[in-house]
Design a binder for this molecule. Structure first.
Ligand code: ADP
Ligand code: MG
Length: 754
């Protein structure tokens, strides 16, 4: 077996999905290439290849042979570098398109002026030669790339939208040139010496205009990433030996201390060493209210310091920062392909050959049956068919929507992994919420302590429990340790600590065997919980978690811990209900506690007392009953369940996010993000279907009309220029329709639109 290598090659000059499709097909059929994904929106080809059979240099050559530009990948360049290079390329490309458009439009206007005069279409006299002279720069310079690319496609025995344009305008041009050169000969044979120079110039001008508008609109679709990259400040104020000094951001290293004054942007991720302030994290998390920060608090780069000065110890810079990870994720998402794209690709692939045959058929039928001069009408009709059939809008339908939608999601603090994620999220009908930290705050607090007998007092019980829990990372453990510290209790060291996942913890404290955990742990330890039954009942029915404490194999006491539900939980669950989605709560916690919390959050289905490794099983069980399941968790200890679900939604806390764990990452720990994610996905898929529908309908109607099916009955025909205009309009309208997603959630309810 051969080893595989991977590279990403920047490709320039692709204006249409036909282009990217062609480059992709060419790469896929290249020996040594095991997989290729060419993305029109990001201008990049990701290729997996066998290094023994081919090389990046060879791949670059192959891409260039298709008529597009390609550069060797530069592995040491950062994502931001790539981003700004691509931006510069896109700007340059738009400028070139604009110049070409201006030249061809000016020529088209002058030519129209000439042909509008009586006999203007006649190749006779100087007029024919002047028209030819005006058209030459349009064909040889402004429209040159259509012909070179069509030729490159032809050499690969394929055809694409450039083929349609080149054949269409080329035949009209060639015909007109022949008429101009040999006018007298044709007239002698009774042929009307008609020229179509103005049509050629007009078609090329209109197609360039369409490309130009499309390029403009397309650059709008990547606005979100550029906005994110622009959040990073240019300089950081480093504190060294008591001195403050401004340095370029790139010079910042892990371990540096930086000063951030009020109104300044935090330069990188780190922890507050000194000072208190409010920090606006809305640009990353979508959380509108500034968060109060003091010593020890985590801050992330690109957030805005509001009112106080903060000294921060930097612990992540460059590509490791939260911002960089977000940018990377969004870029990957925007570059990914949605499965529905395959439909568009399949249609586009058969489209061009089919259209070429239709054009030939059109020519033949007009030539045989059409009115005189038959060959003239036949030529015009065939050219019109070729021009109107360009499948550009079809290729833009999916990627533009995916791009805008994932970008808009990022602005709202909802990171969606890509097109496939959007498609799967759309069909979600069941959302499973982990309880702790997802529906609840995840910051439990001890509310009461109950004793089983008179052997211990409350302080002693709490101190023993806290001594064990000090070694645990469970939120319940933190609550118990915090409560002991608040009471100023001294904690003895614990020996032989053991954790029973999903049940509790055990250790020896001061020579005593202490167990802290749930009822299952008590059963494991053969401890009779009866003395604590009443206290446990009372705690559970009011939504508190009963934590049993056993000492020397006997029930000693019970600690009731409350974890209030998040303010957004109830609203999110209700909203999901209105969207026809059932909410389920999944937890390892006590059943009655869970049921009480569920009632408060409005969740009717509860799966409680589930061991962590069984959570995945529960998801599988729901899936087996035919449901498309989303699982919402913290992404840290719920990772397996998130991976098993059709859609894994990892919920962060603003500064701590397991971004790689889920299909979707919510930057903010607010369950309403789940609603946003699903409704954004639904809306995106609706837009994609509209786009595909309109792109297809337009061709399905346009081609026969161009071919002349309405001519016998209504006398209606299209001109090639009308076809070019229609094609431009359809591409632009598809992009514009996708851009509507930029406004998602801006007005009205959480749902944006309904
Ligand atoms: P969840 O996160 O859904 O609450 P876990 O598997 O983390 O589920 O915990 C399940 C249950 O196990 C908890 O509700 C608690 O009763 C018990 N438990 C787990 N770890 C501890 C611990 N360190 N101290 C006390 N109880 C614990
Ligand atoms: Mg948990």
């Amino acid at each position: 077996t051969s080893s595989a290598a991977q590279c990403t090659i920047p490709v320039s000059g692709m204006t249409c999905a036909g282009c990217s499709g062609k480059v992709q097909r060419t790469l896929e059929t290249t020996p040594g290439v095991t997989g290729a994904n060419v993305n029109l929106m990001t201008g990049a080809a990701s290729v997996s290849y066998d290094p023994a059979a081919t090389s990046p240099e060879r791949l670059v050559e192959i891409i260039r042979s298709t008529g597009y530009g390609a550069d060797l990948p530069t592995p040491d360049r950062s994502d931001e570098d790539m981003l700004s290079t691509r931006d510069a390329e896109q700007t340059a490309e738009a400028r070139r398109l604009w110049q070409k458009f201006v030249v061809s439009a000016a020529a088209a206007v002058l030519l129209m002026g000439i042909t509008m005069r009586p006999g203007g279409h006649d190749a006779g006299g100087v007029s024919g030669w002047i028209q030819l002279a005006l058209t030459l720069p349009v064909v040889l310079w402004a429209g040159r790339h259509f012909y070179t690319r069509a030729w490159a496609a032809f050499r690969h025995r394929t055809a694409d939208m450039n083929t349609l344009i080149a054949v269409g305008t080329g035949s009209a041009f060639a015909y007109s040139v022949v008429m101009t050169i040999a006018r007298d000969l044709f007239v002698a044979h009774g042929v009307e010496p008609h020229v179509y120079f103005e049509t050629v110039a007009m078609i090329i001008a209109l197609i360039l205009l369409g490309n130009l508008l499309e390029a403009r609109a397309r650059s709008q679709t990547s606005l979100a990433v550029r906005k994110l990259a622009g959040l990073r400040p240019a300089v950081a104020r480093i504190v060294r030996d008591g001195d403050e000094r401004e340095v370029p951001l790139g010079e910042l290293v892990v371990g540096d201390e930086v000063m951030v004054r009020p109104g300044e942007t935090v330069p990188a991720d780190g922890a507050v060493v000194d000072g208190t302030s409010h920090v606006d994290e809305s640009m990353l998390t979508g959380e509108p209210a500034p968060i109060s920060k003091g010593p020890g608090a985590r801050v992330v780069g690109a957030t805005l310091n509001r009112n106080g000065a903060l000294r921060i110890r930097v612990d992540r810079v460059g590509g490791d920062t939260v911002l960089s990870r977000i940018i990377r994720l969004v870029q990957q998402a925007q570059g990914s392909k949605a499965p529905i794209q395959r439909l568009a690709d399949r249609i586009s692939a058969v489209f061009v050959p089919v259209v070429l045959s239709i054009a030939v058929g059109t020519f033949v039928i007009w030539y045989d049956l059409g009115p005189d001069p038959a060959y003239l009408h036949a030529l015009v009709a065939a050219v019109t068919v070729l021009i109107i059939a360009c499948p550009c809008a079809m290729g833009l339908a999916v990627p533009t929507a995916v791009m805008v939608s994932t970008g808009r999601g990022a602005e709202l603090g909802v990171l969606i992994k890509g097109g496939e994620a959007l498609e799967r999220t759309e069909s979600v009908r069941t959302v499973v919420f982990d309880k702790t930290g997802t529906l609840t705050e995840g910051r439990p607090e001890v509310v009461s302590v109950h004793l089983a007998g008179a052997d211990l007092d409350e302080g002693r019980l709490l101190a023993l429990a806290a001594a064990v829990e000090r070694s645990s990372e469970h939120p319940l453990a933190e609550a118990i340790v915090a409560a002991a510290e608040r009471r100023g209790l001294t904690l003895q060291p614990a020996q032989a600590f053991m954790s029973r996942t999903g049940k509790g913890v055990l250790a020896m404290v001061g020579g005593l065997r202490v167990g802290v955990g749930n009822l299952a742990l008590m059963h494991d330890l053969r401890v009779d919980p009866a003395p604590l039954a009443a206290a446990a009942d009372a705690a559970a029915t009011s939504g508190r978690t009963p934590v049993y404490v056993a000492v020397e194999g006997k029930a000693a006491g019970l600690i009731a811990v409350a974890d209030p539900i998040k303010p957004g939980s109830r609203g999110a669950v209700a909203e999901l209900g209105r969207m026809g989605i059932e909410a389920v709560m999944l937890t390892g916690d006590d059943r009655r506690t869970a049921e009480s919390v569920a009632r408060e959050a409005g969740v009717t289905q509860v799966i409680a007392e589930v061991l962590p490794e069984r959570k995945l099983e529960e998801i599988r069980r729901l899936q087996r009953s035919g449901k498309v399941v989303a699982m919402v968790g913290d992404g840290l200890n719920d990772a397996p369940a998130l991976a098993q679900a059709d859609v894994g939604i990892a919920m962060g806390t603003g500064t701590d996010v397991a971004m790689e764990a889920g299909t979707i990452t919510l930057m903010r720990g607010d369950p309403s993000g789940v609603v946003t994610a699903i409704s954004l996905a639904r809306r995106t898929m609706r837009i994609i279907r509209q786009n595909l529908f309109w792109a297809l309908v337009y061709n399905v109607i346009g081609i026969p009309v161009a071919a002349g099916v309405l001519y016998p009955s209504l006398g209606m025909r299209l001109t090639p220029a009308m076809a070019a205009a229609a094609m431009a309009i359809s591409s632009v309208s598809v992009v514009a329709n996708s851009l509507r997603l930029r406004n998602y959630g801006r007005r009205g309810t959480v749902n944006g639109e309904r």
